[in-house]
Design a protein around this ligand. Structure first.
Ligand code: NDP
Length: 449
């Protein structure tokens, strides 16, 4: 059978079972197209249905979450935890609270997480979870009641040696605090069951910064490999949450100029550049006031707010999509390319559509898929788990150095498996195969379980 029909028949089988899950199918297709040719070339993996086993979650948990709002009304949400693969360690992956959360989105995130966690070289399996709960506009008390209700069921499925959740969209330091509080109460134990904890109760320095910093460290490695760097580069960033904020901070520290930030209502464009002082204002706006990004203009009226749009039509050298999945399509990719963009490093998970990635590859620019470039977050979560087990805290400099090292190793692994005959580095292929090999070897060693 030829390569193409091998991939097609595999994807047909996955579609038959998961036809109503478009995001999950998108993530599987991207992996299958690069990993199946590798499996065919390597006898130890061939004929073992190893990828078919990987696309089936080890366990899927859904549960009811009832809570009472400030008006005394009873609300009902749906909670999820996808325990995707535990071949190389306890399930590990974030919790997302957003009204769009459904099985397809969480399965795509959990599947990506398996490869990403493997790339970090730390012993972590892959998982993901969350709820269709919308934290926007909720009071602190409502957030607390929801988090407590959510954990009152989730607690029986997780544990520091079983499954260690973290934050994601809509789940930051405040939510992790409430979730941890309830877990500790009902389990009667103080363990490192969640990461992203506060510094006084088991958190790691640099964890809040890690995903954004790591995304920029990865872009820096790609640029360095071409004899280039961030100095004087115009950088367009989407999102204004955790990942976007710290990606912006690191770009500024490395001498780049950040032109945009966004949220789901639109984007701000500051032609003079968003410097550290302006970024501190954004952090206060988003993290404390929980306001919209458009309020940036009240402090910096020279900037523009473009409602309901993504920032990809702003001319730039480097683009960092840091908001959400499928936020950068083929048309956006072509605009970026026509404007001379040389590098795209994904801070978010699967922000570029398949056609956008094809356009970047065709143009042979530097393109890093999220599972490689945003792995710094979960890697530092892994370092938080290690510090919890040791009951010891490393310094900021020590964690940052380890983060840089891990991003550099992921970059090298992508080169090892992703170099094309003409010398172009296909980071998608590199990340998928490097992530696959470690998990597949562990699964083969453990037998059919
Ligand atoms: P936050 O909740 O802190 O911020 C999310 C940002 O993205 C906000 O600006 C939000 O705008 C925007 N956004 C969310 N949904 C949409 C949407 N449907 N359309 C447009 N904008 C949207 O989340 P994070 O910064 O933590 O996560 C951002 C991305 O990074 C996600 O893809 C996440 O999976 C990924 N990621 C996060 C990691 C982490 O450590 N936090 C680790 C690895 C990946 P608004 O406020 O209007 O909703």
């Amino acid at each position: 059978m030829c390569m193409k029909s091998n991939i097609e028949s595999f994807l047909d089988l996955v579609k038959e079972r998961n036809g109503h899950e478009p995001e999950f199918l998108q993530a599987v297709e991207e992996v299958a197209e690069t990993v199946i040719p590798y499996i065919i070339e390597n006898d130890i993996y061939y004929g073992k249905n190893i990828l078919l086993r990987m696309v089936e979650p080890e366990r899927v948990i859904t549960f009811r979450v009832c809570w009472v709002d400030d008006q005394g009304e009873i609300r009902v949400n749906r909670g999820y935890r996808i325990q995707m693969n535990s071949a190389i360690g306890p399930y590990k992956g974030g919790l997302r609270f957003h009204p769009t959360v459904n099985m397809s989105i969480l399965k795509f995130l959990a599947f990506e997480q398996v490869f990403k966690n493997s790339l970090t070289t730390l012993p972590m399996g892959g998982g993901k979870g969350g709820s269709d709960f919308d934290p926007k506009g909720k009071s602190d008390n409502e957030i607390m009641r929801f988090c407590h209700a959510f954990m009152s069921e989730l607690f029986r499925h997780i544990g520091h040696n079983t499954d260690v959740p973290a934050g994601d969209i809509g789940v930051g330091a405040r939510e992790i605090g409430f979730l941890f509080g309830m877990y500790k109460k009902i389990s009667n134990g103080f363990t490192g069951v969640l990461t992203g904890k506060g510094m006084s109760w088991g958190g790691s320095l640099i964890r809040p910064e890690a995903t954004g910093y790591g995304t920029v460290y990865f872009a820096q490695k790609m640029l360095e490999n071409k004899g280039d760097n961030f100095e004087g580069k115009n950088v367009v960033i989407s999102g204004s949450g955790n990942v976007a904020q710290y990606a912006a901070e690191k770009v500024i520290q490395l001498g780049g100029k950040v032109l945009t930030l966004s949220d789901s209502s639109g984007y701000i464009y500051d032609a003079e550049g968003i410097n550290i002082e302006k970024l501190a204002f954004v952090m206060q706006l988003k993290n404390e006031k929980r306001a919209r990004i458009s309020e940036y203009l009240e402090a910096y009226p020279n900037a523009e707010f473009i409602k309901g749009k993504t920032p990809w039509d702003i001319k730039c050298d480097i683009a960092l999509p840091c908001a959400t999945q499928n936020e950068l399509n083929e048309e956006d990719a072509n605009i970026l390319l026509n404007n001379g963009c040389i590098c795209v490093s994904e801070g978010a998970n699967m922000p570029s559509t398949k056609d956008a990635i094809t356009a970047f590859h065709k143009a042979k620019i530097l393109f890093a898929p999220g599972k490689a470039s945003n792995a710094g977050g979960v890697a530092t979560s892994g370092l938080e788990m290690t510090q919890n087990s040791l009951r010891f805290n490393w310094t900021r400099e020590e964690v940052d150095l380890k983060l840089k090292d891990i991003m550099s190793n992921i970059h090298d692994a992508c080169i090892e498996y992703g170099k094309d005959e003409d010398g172009y580095i296909d980071y998608v292929k590199g990340a998928n195969i490097a992530g696959f090999v470690k998990v597949a070897d562990a699964m083969l060693a453990q037998g059919i379980v």
